[in-house]
Write a protein of this length. Structure first.
Lengths: 258, 333
């Protein structure tokens, strides 16, 4: 299968500090990739580089077979949506207007056609946020706003979704429902790459895990192989193992025993 | 959505009607005692001296006041959207001060002796020069916070040079002239003056209008705006250059006028919501209406000494602005 996103020996330096070193990976249709790693491992930088928002010092990035560096901003935005970790909203616009910006690259930027309106409504419904549509953004709770931003990223219905900590501000119920939603999008043929800190949730919902450590890929594979006990100890400094609970397996973590 | 589109149309229609009414009303008021019926007749048919007063004195003066305000409203709305900062306006970036300094330098060295257009053109050129310098110093790469800081420093420096010119001013007449440029006036404006400013105003308005989508995208910050397909380099360049054209045009017809650039966009938000793309037209109309109204107020005042336009705008506009800023839920998030 042709990859949607392909990174070939990509290195990124920020303020002259090397953050990513020769990272190579490819994502195909239908994958929900959990990008995990300790703080400062380079997860956000990898997502930004994949989104074409920062320059790579070296290496080649391609999106649906096209050189990412040569894609104009609007064309890039029709192929990928990016949900940043920091999500400021500067003016007191209604929640629906934020989601509508997810359709910016489609049609005339400031008009909302029928297709746009339908996609916005679908994204709001997916994120269980339809009832928030008319509320000013400034009156929403952190979790409600996080779902509105996710809806914004989904509204473009792009082949690739890059999400930086999409469940960080959510209560347990919404963490489960957002992870299930992202998995459902992948099962429907889209590609999702999400930076995550919750390893058990990542193991449960993702089809594939990429472990990033100190700017390089430490493991890449199915959850049970990528999150093996040795790696959890070496990279995350925690003890952990997959445990069977009847029909389900779950990753159980504990403080490392020395 | 349908309802908000209707609301927007009503707000815009009302503001355009207000602008046109204020300009028309201005034709009826002035030192020469002309009956209202004669005013209309003189505007549309040739009535000799009365027509000359209406068409060549009152009309260009009213249009100059409106144009100066409209330009400031557009520049303020564009800059606030770009910098995502409700305190931004042409004054903060130093563009207004630079334009005023240009006019002051032209007056100080008496360039006007060569040709009438030297002072307004000096104002426009120095607004552009200041913006170019601002751009070279950082707009292309640094954060907007740093851009504002550079602008504040810029503004102070230009203000100091203006004060210096006033200190060293050789005679009181020159000082009066300087005052006109520093506090604003549209007395004795002609279509000749408007013709100098109009191309710059038009270019500036087109530039700001062209980046309306980019300004809307910037509601979500620079990173997200770039990711959804906004061209930030183009947006930044057009807003900053557009603001320079607009401020230059405004200063060239009316002198340096503060307050309107920051107040008009906020008043527009109170009426039209906070979407930075949707407040552009209301800001233009409100800015124009504010100065057209202020000039009308000046003509109705029974003082011997003419009240300056910037003074009148702040005198009548500021209390209302303070009230709206303190009470409106829609003005800032």
């Amino acid at each position: 299968m042709k990859p949607i996103l392909e990174l070939d020996r990509v290195s990124v330096a920020l303020s002259e500090r090397a953050v990513l070193n020769n990272v190579s990976c490819a994502a195909v249709e239908g994958e929900f990739i959990g990008l995990v790693g300790p703080n400062g491992a380079g997860k956000s930088t990898l997502l930004r580089a994949a989104a074409g928002l920062i320059a790579a010092a070296s290496g080649m990035r391609s999106l649906s077979g096209k050189n990412l560096d040569k894609l104009p901003p609007r064309e890039r935005a029709r192929r990928l949506a990016y949900l940043p970790q920091m999500r400021p909203v500067y003016w007191g616009v209604p929640a629906r207007a934020i989601v509508a910006l997810g359709r910016f690259a489609f049609g005339a930027p400031l008009t909302e056609g029928e297709q746009d309106a339908a996609a916005i409504d679908r994204a709001l419904a997916d994120c269980a946020a339809a009832h928030l549509a008319d509320r000013p953004a400034s009156t929403l709770s952190g979790g409600e706003l996080a779902r509105i931003h996710l809806a914004r990223a989904l509204a473009g219905e792009t082949p690739l979704l890059l999400a930086d900590e999409p469940i960080a501000a959510l209560d347990p119920e919404h963490q489960f429902s957002v992870m299930a939603l992202l998995r459902q999008k992948a099962d429907a043929g889209r590609t999702v790459i999400a930076a995550l800190h919750d390893l058990p949730l990542a193991a449960r919902y993702c089809t594939r895990i990429i472990v990033l450590n100190a700017g390089a890929i430490a493991a890449d594979g199915a959850p049970e192989t990528a999150l093996a006990p040795d790696l959890l100890r070496d990279v995350f400094r925690v003890d952990g193992a997959m445990e069977r609970h009847g029909e389900e397996t779950a990753l159980r973590l504990g403080l490392m025993q020395r | 959505m349908k309802l908000s589109a209707l609301n927007t149309a009503v707000v815009n229609g009302a503001l355009i009607a207000a602008s046109v009414s204020l300009i028309l009303l201005s034709l009826f008021i002035g030192p020469a005692d002309i009956a209202p019926g004669d005013t209309l007749a003189a505007l549309f048919t040739d009535q000799g001296a009365i027509s000359a007063i209406i068409r060549e004195i009152r009309l260009p003066r009213a249009l100059a006041a409106w144009l100066a305000g409209a330009c400031l409203g557009a520049a303020g709305a564009g800059l606030q959207g770009l910098l995502r900062n409700p305190l931004a306006d042409p004054g903060v970036l130093g563009v207004s001060a630079a334009a005023a300094l240009g006019a002051v330098v032209a007056l100080y060295f008496n360039f006007a002796a060569f040709a009438f257009w030297t002072t307004p053109v000096a104002a426009i050129l120095s607004a552009l020069g200041a913006t170019a310098l601002l751009y070279v110093l950082g707009a292309g790469r640094v954060s907007t916070a740093r851009l504002i800081l550079i602008g504040v420093g810029f503004s102070s420096f230009c203000g100091a040079l203006i004060s210096l010119a006033m200190n060293l001013s050789p005679n009181p007449f020159a000082l009066t002239d300087l005052m006109n440029w520093l506090f604003g006036t549209v007395v004795n404006r002609s279509f000749r003056d408007l013709a100098i400013a109009a191309p710059f105003a038009g270019a500036g308005l087109v530039m700001i209008a062209a980046v309306a989508p980019g300004l809307a995208a910037l509601t979500l910050g620079e990173e997200t705006a770039a990711s959804i397909g906004a061209n930030l380099k183009r947006t930044r360049a057009l807003v900053i250059a557009g603001a320079a054209f607009l401020v230059g045009a405004s200063v060239s017809v009316a002198g340096a006028i503060g307050f309107v650039g920051i107040a008009a966009p906020h008043l527009a938000r109170a009426f039209a919501g906070q979407n930075p793309a949707r407040i552009l037209l209301p800001s233009i109309m409100l800015g124009g209406a504010m100065l057209a109204g202020a000039d009308l107020f000046i003509r109705m005042m029974p003082f011997d000494q003419e009240l300056k336009l910037g003074v009148a705008a702040a005198l009548i506009g500021a209390p209302g602005f303070v009230w709206i800023a303190a009470t409106s839920k829609r003005i800032a998030s």
